[in-house]
Design a protein around this ligand. Structure first.
Ligand SMILES: Nc1ncnc2c1ncn2[C@@H]1O[C@H](COP(=O)(O)OP(=O)(O)OP(=O)(O)O)[C@@H](O)[C@H]1O
Ligand SMILES: [Mg+2]
Length: 265
């Protein structure tokens, strides 16, 4: 088992009297599995990802990664890709990747080697010496992914890494990620709002309820990696996507009633 979440509950605010964001979450994620979290805005997906990554301590319950209890960030085991690429604007693409490796204490020669390998795997070696502002948003996200890959952690956590990209770019990016998954046995947790992305990329999809977030359903996708683009237009894909929408629709409506009263009758 790579990730084990047991009885996690999280309440924000002083003395645990604030908002209940997550309630009784239990999940087990296998080594090499690719899972997605999907659910209405504010249901606690990012909170749970941060708890798994050791950045937020849960009010109750615990998380283990590769058998050890999480008590803080584990930069050698777990890497992150965020919605905004957060690259250093004054450093070249290659140096942006090397900085992360330097923090990990990787020696000079090895830094170069691993940065080149990671950049090659996302198809951006040609831009190694460019600066982030010379790249498109999609390319910057690829660099952010390369930076996370170069750390060679067993676990990769991604919080809406493609959210700022147009749909075509994110689908192509998704195909690349699927190929990469087939090559490297990484355990990946992806937070996404895209139904198609969740179905196309995941082995399993965790569907969350409206806040406080609970696991409403777990969908099995049962399709090997790398995923063929033809999968996206298959009947099975459509069935899964519709099922996902059916599960999510009432949760999204519940969130709207709670957080945006007056918007809908
Ligand atoms: N640091 C914080 N302090 C207080 N409340 C917070 C904090 N972070 C998040 N929350 C609240 O906890 C709830 C869950 O937030 P979270 O960011 O985990 O949701 P999410 O599912 O990732 O939403 P989205 O899809 O919009 O990113 C929200 O209602 C949010 O307002
Ligand atoms: Mg979020």
């Amino acid at each position: 088992m790579m990730i084990e979440v047991e009885g996690v509950q999280h309440r924000f605010g002083a003395k645990g009297e604030g908002l209940l964001a997550l309630d009784r979450i239990d999940m087990q994620i296998q080594v090499g599995e690719m899972v997605s979290f999907i659910g209405p805005s504010g249901c606690g997906k990012s909170t749970l990802l941060n708890i798994i990554g050791g950045m937020t301590e849960p009010s109750e319950g615990q998380v283990s990664v590769a058998g050890s209890k999480i008590q803080g960030p584990l930069p050698r085991k777990i890497s992150y890709v965020f919605q905004e690429s957060a690259l250093l604007p004054w450093a070249t693409v290659l140096d942006n990747i090397k900085v992360g490796l330097e923090f990990q204490g990787v020696d000079h020669q090895m830094r170069e080697e691993r940065a080149v390998k990671a950049l090659t795997s996302v198809g951006l070696m040609k831009f190694a010496h460019a600066y982030p502002q010379q790249l498109s948003g999609g390319m910057r996200q690829r660099v952010a992914l390369a930076r996370a890959l170069s750390l060679e952690t067993e676990v990769l956590l991604m919080d809406e890494p493609f959210a700022a990209l147009d749909e075509q770019t994110r689908m192509v990016f998704g195909e690349d990620l699927s190929r990469l998954l087939a090559r490297e046995r990484k355990t990946i947790v992806l937070v996404t709002h895209s139904l198609a992305e969740a179905v196309f990329l995941s082995d399993r999809i965790f569907v969350f309820t409206s806040r406080p977030g609970r696991i409403k359903a777990v969908l099995d996708v049962n399709e090997t990696h790398p995923r063929d683009p033809a999968f996206m237009v298959s009947e099975r894909f459509a069935t899964l996507r519709n099922k996902l929408y059916e599960l999510l629709r009432e949760e999204v409506l519940a969130t709207m009633r709670e957080d945006m009263p007056g918007l809908r009758p």
